[in-house]
Design a protein around this ligand. Structure first.
Ligand SMILES: [Zn+2]
Length: 320
């Protein structure tokens, strides 16, 4: 296997990424070579820095905090009481995977699956620091073993297969473990005829630290979803800020229903990368939930307060 350099923009990324890519957002495929490789923490976080600073994730400590959406000083407890949504402008702050489980699933119903799968460092990859060390540091900082939690649970008493990625863990990027946990969850949902809910918060796309092994996850998870679809399953994909790169180009875009939180950044390459590559002004609101709803890429914008009810309603509506 070829050596993978941290800033390389290997054309192999484009070749491997495209067959499973959802077409609607792929007008930028000319730049995907750099997009997948760079679509990890550094590049995409820079693109999304305006509304999602990686240094100030979630609701910072302190009684008051400044909302990135409206710049108002808001009372932290009030924000937390509203599922981390600004009371003034409805800005949706970051939510950890663990909090998301608590917000969406009925109390105490989540049964985690495949947490025993742990990431390794098959390429002995190093960028600013060795990947093996980065993994340990991220696990310690986030309390997660990798960027996704998967399992089963109940949503308003409806049993579902459920997964959520956490953008705090290497930008929620999909490495081998994220892909394998998702594939196993989808297979479980297929076997037990469960509705499938995946909430994506993955600015990192495919995890470049695992090179081709992470790109392969796009195909693997997409294939599992195709079998789930053939078996008649209902898959609701929920996109949150940010959902980019190889995650947006695989499972996140393949929902029977695609929901998005308001004003989330959703796309493949970040707007800055695209603008720098093609050299033209991008339309206003490019790659936001609202823009993508208008252009038919997502089905509905759902606020965080309504998410649980809307998922339950969709399950009932689809007769699942
Ligand atoms: Zn606000």
């Amino acid at each position: 296997m070829a050596t993978v350099e941290s800033q390389s923009s290997s054309p192999a990324d484009a070749k491997n990424g495209n067959p499973v890519a959802h077409p609607a957002n792929m007008a930028v495929s000319a730049v995907v070579g750099s997009a997948v490789a760079e679509g990890t923490a550094e590049t995409v976080s820079a693109d999304s820095a305006a509304n999602h600073s990686p240094k100030k994730r979630g609701v910072p400590e302190g009684l008051w905090l400044k909302c990135p959406g409206c710049s108002a000083s808001v009372y932290r407890k009030e924000v937390e009481g509203r599922l981390n949504v600004c009371p003034k402008c409805e800005y949706h702050f970051y939510v950890s995977a663990t909090d998301r489980v608590a917000q969406v699933l009925d109390d105490g119903t989540f049964e985690m699956m495949n947490d025993q799968l742990r990431p390794t460092d098959p390429l002995q990859f190093a960028d600013r620091r060795p990947y093996s060390q980065r993994l340990v540091a991220e696990q310690k900082r986030t309390g997660l073993t990798d960027a996704v939690l998967t399992g089963t649970g109940m949503i308003r008493a409806r049993r579902v297969a459920f997964a959520v990625t956490d953008s705090a863990f290497i930008m929620g990027s999909m490495g081998s473990v994220v892909g394998e946990r998702l594939a196993r969850l989808i297979e479980h949902a297929t076997k037990h005829n469960l509705p499938l809910i995946i909430i994506s918060g993955s600015g990192g796309g495919a995890r470049m630290h695992e090179g081709i092994l992470s790109l392969m996850q796009m195909a693997k998870v997409s294939a599992a979803l195709a079998r789930y679809h053939s078996a008649g399953g209902l898959y609701i994909s929920v996109l949150t800020n940010p959902t980019m790169g190889g995650v947006a180009a695989s499972f996140a875009s393949l929902g029977d229903l695609v929901f998005a939180e308001p004003k989330a950044l959703i796309g493949f390459a970040g707007p800055r990368t695209i603008k720098a590559t093609i050299g033209i002004e991008l339309p206003e609101g490019f790659q936001t939930s609202e823009f993508l709803l208008e252009h038919g890429y997502i089905d509905r914008i759902v606020t965080r307060q309504n998410l649980k009810s809307e998922i339950a309603r969709a399950i009932d509506y689809c007769g699942k």
